[in-house]
Design a protein around this ligand. Structure first.
Ligand SMILES: [Zn+2]
Length: 338
C-alpha cells in the first residue's frame, strides 16, 4: 500500500509500505476513506519534535472496516468507522470516567496517512456510523477523529455553559472547532482571537460573535475591555505556546476556567500567578472517543459542519504538498484522499 513517511524536518514522502495485518485478536484493519494533516504533525515537520528515524505519520482517519480479529465482537467488516488517535478499550476505569485518552490500555494510532490502518482494541476504539455516509458528510466525520473532538473537549474542560462568555485562543482547525463546541454548549458570547481574514470568516460562520485581532498582553486587554474588566468565563487555549497559555490564563475571570488542548511546547505556567488568579485549568489529549457517538449524531443531523475547516483537498500522492501548504499557512487543514 501507499503511505506517508517522515524522514526529517520538511521531508515527508509517499512510499510503498507493507499492508497492515491483524496482529492482536482485538485489532481491525480499515481501508482509509479520508485522512488529513494535523497541526501537531507540523511540530515534527518543522523539526520542533526530533525525527530520529523514518516514521509513518498521520493520526486522523475514517474508513471502511476490511478485516477484524477473532475477539472483535461489535465492529464488523463493511462498516464505516471513525476512531481517535488513541486506541482505548472503553471498559477500564479511566474510559468509564470519560477519559479514554488515558485508557490503561491506550495505544497511539499512527501512520494513518496511508491506504490502510491497523486499529488496536477495535471494539473500544472505533464507532460505526448509523449508515454509510453521503460523500459530503465525510470531511465532517473525519474532523471528529481529532480536531472537532479536541475543540469539544476544550469547551467541556473549560465548563462552557448556556450563557457563558467564551474566548478562543488560536484560529487553527481546533480553535475553529472549539467555536462550534462553544455554540453547541450554549455560549452567549464567543470571542475568536484571529488575525487571518479567511479564518475570521469561518469563525463567524461557526458561531463566533466577536473577533479580536490583538495577541499577548494586548489581546488580554481587549478581552478585559469587552467583559467589564473582569475576563471571560471560559477560555479555550488551542495553540500550546507560552504566549498563548499566559494569554488564556490572564483573559479568564476569577472562578473561570481555561481548557487547554494545544500540545504545550515551551509553555510554563507561573504557579504563583495561577494561585492568585482563581482560574481553573484542565487540558490534555482530548478524550475524543467519549464524544464520538454524540458528535456523529450532530453531524448526521446537520447541526455541525466541522468539515468546513478543510480548505484544501489533495490526493494522498501529494502529501508533501499538503504539508507545505499547512506549514506556509496557505491552508487551514488539508484533507487527503487515498
Ligand atoms: Zn480504557
Amino acid at each position: 500500500m501507499r503511505g506517508a513517511v517522515i524522514y526529517a524536518p520538511g521531508d515527508v514522502r509517499l512510499e510503498q509500505r507493507p499492508n497492515p495485518t491483524i496482529v492482536h485478536p482485538t485489532d481491525a484493519v480499515i481501508r482509509t476513506v479520508a485522512t488529513c494533516v494535523c497541526g501537531s504533525d507540523l511540530w515534527d515537520y518543522r523539526g520542533i519534535n526530533p525525527v530520529t528515524e523514518p516514521t509513518p505519520i498521520g493520526h486522523e482517519y475514517v474508513g471502511v472496516v476490511e478485516e477484524v480479529g477473532d475477539q472483535v465482537e461489535t465492529i464488523q467488516p463493511g462498516q464505516f468507522v471513525i476512531g481517535s488517535f488513541f486506541a482505548s478499550d472503553n471498559t477500564c476505569p479511566n474510559c468509564r470516567n470519560g477519559y479514554p485518552s488515558s485508557c490503561v490500555h491506550r495505544e497511539f494510532v499512527g501512520g494513518c496517512q496511508a491506504e490502510y490502518v491497523r486499529v488496536p482494541l477495535a471494539d473500544g476504539t472505533l464507532v460505526a456510523t448509523p449508515d454509510q455516509p453521503a460523500p459530503e458528510l465525510v470531511p465532517s466525520l473525519l474532523a471528529l477523529s481529532d480536531v472537532m473532538g479536541t475543540g469539544w473537549y476544550a469547551a467541556a474542560a473549560a465548563e462552557v455553559k448556556p450563557g457563558s462568555t467564551v474566548a478562543v485562543v488560536g484560529d487553527g482547525a481546533v480553535g475553529l472547532c472549539a467555536v462550534i463546541a462553544a455554540r453547541e454548549l450554549g455560549a452567549q458570547r464567543i470571542i475568536a482571537m484571529s488575525r487571518h481574514e479567511p479564518r475570521q470568516k469561518l469563525a463567524l460562520e461557526f458561531g463566533a460573535t466577536d473577533i479580536v485581532t490583538e495577541r499577548g498582553d494586548d489581546g488580554v486587554a481587549r478581552i478585559k475591555d469587552m467583559t467589564d474588566g473582569i475576563g471571560a468565563d471560559a477560555v479555550l487555549e488551542c495553540v500550546g505556546t507560552g504566549e498563548s497559555m499566559l494569554q488564556a490564563l490572564r483573559s479568564t475571570r476569577p472562578g473561570g476556567n481555561v481548557g487547554f488542548v494545544g500540545v504545550p511546547h515551551g509553555a510554563d505556567i507561573p504557579a504563583e500567578e495561577l494561585f492568585y488568579s482563581h482560574v481553573g485549568l484542565r487540558g490534555g489529549p482530548a478524550p475524543v472517543r467519549a464524544n464520538l457517538p454524540d458528535l456523529i449524531e450532530r453531524t448526521f443531523d446537520g447541526r455541525i459542519q466541522p468539515g468546513k475547516v478543510f480548505d484544501l483537498t489533495l490526493p494522498l500522492d501529494q502529501v508533501g504538498d499538503a504539508y507545505r501548504a499547512m506549514d506556509e499557512r496557505r491552508a487551514v487543514k488539508v484533507l487527503l484522499r487515498p
